[in-house]
Design a binder for this molecule. Structure first.
Ligand SMILES: C[S@@+](CC[C@H](N)C(=O)[O-])C[C@H]1O[C@@H](n2cnc3c(N)ncnc32)[C@H](O)[C@@H]1O
Length: 250
């Protein structure tokens, strides 16, 4: 019975090559050909059932999305979800999304240097035992892989319900010399931030009243430059309003 289930899942995935990519290494360096355009590519590592990545693709047709997970069953569920989102938008095909069977461990086999513009890490497995720290997707060894794959405007957006993972990740981002911004220890404290699109896990934890921790890391040189200018301008505007002269960061 289980075997038949697996066979059905495999067949279902193989029937959708325009949406489901089972051998992502074949597209390394050519993802723009897969999508048929040069738009930026945003990836969610560990997409689960695909709610976040499907909705993001529907909300932002000018961006190409890739949802990655290890499990075929999750790819199947993700493909159903994505088709539903786009059907609601009046389209029977999903133009800007690829659901990829892959392990973040081998990211460099799937993406060329600078091929991605953004990486989302949503509710990554916390691996609470310290002896498993190297498996956490925010471990410095993973951050180095992300740095390689991201372009000049590259960013990482990370959210989790796990305070332990968040604490670990703050140190990890800092050790790797990454510029963090928009750090939140309770993302939905004042209002539900549905502008950021909730994931399945997030919906569950928010329903239980748990805080969501979030941060963004600015990686690419051009993104860093733009961020520093923005901060300097905000400081100047602030000091003009308050009459206090402040020094802009370098
Ligand atoms: C806790 S779930 C979160 C799912 C979804 N992002 C959400 O927020 O609802 C973590 C997901 O990451 C996937 N995952 C874990 N390690 C991974 C890895 N090394 N590469 C790709 N996916 C991974 C798991 O299969 C699982 O679906």
């Amino acid at each position: 019975m289980r075997l038949r289930g697996r066979k059905n899942i495999k067949e279902s995935l193989e029937r959708q090559p325009e949406l489901v990519v089972l051998e992502p290494q074949q597209w390394k360096g050519h993802w723009h050909e897969f999508f048929g355009n040069d738009r930026p590519i945003h990836v969610e590592l560990g997409m689960g059932k695909g709610q976040f990545i499907s909705r993001m693709s529907g909300n932002n047709p000018d961006i190409n999305y890739i949802g990655m997970d290890i499990y075929d069953e999750l790819l199947r569920r993700g493909s159903d979800k994505a088709r539903l989102v786009w059907q609601e938008l009046g389209q029977d095909r999903v133009p800007n999304l690829a659901l990829v069977r892959g392990n973040a461990e081998y990211l460099e086999l799937m993406f060329d240097q600078g091929e991605l513009a953004r990486i989302y890490l949503n509710f990554s497995d916390p691996w609470p035992k310290s002896k498993h720290g190297r498996r956490r997707l925010t471990h410095p060894r993973f951050l180095m892989k992300y740095k390689q794959a991201l372009d000049d405007y590259g960013e990482i957006h990370f959210k989790t319900d796990s305070l332990t993972l968040f604490e670990f990740s703050l140190n990890s981002f800092s050790e790797t010399g990454l510029q963090m911004r928009n750090i939140s220890l309770h993302l939905h404290r004042e209002r539900i931030r549905d502008d950021l699109v909730m994931t399945e896990y997030e919906t569950k934890f928010v329903g239980l009243g748990q805080p969501i921790y979030r941060l963004e890391a600015v990686i690419g040189e051009k993104a860093l430059h733009d961020y520093r200018i923005q901060v300097a301008e905000e400081r100047q505007a602030e000091s003009r309003r308050g009459g206090v002269k402040e020094t802009a960061p370098e």
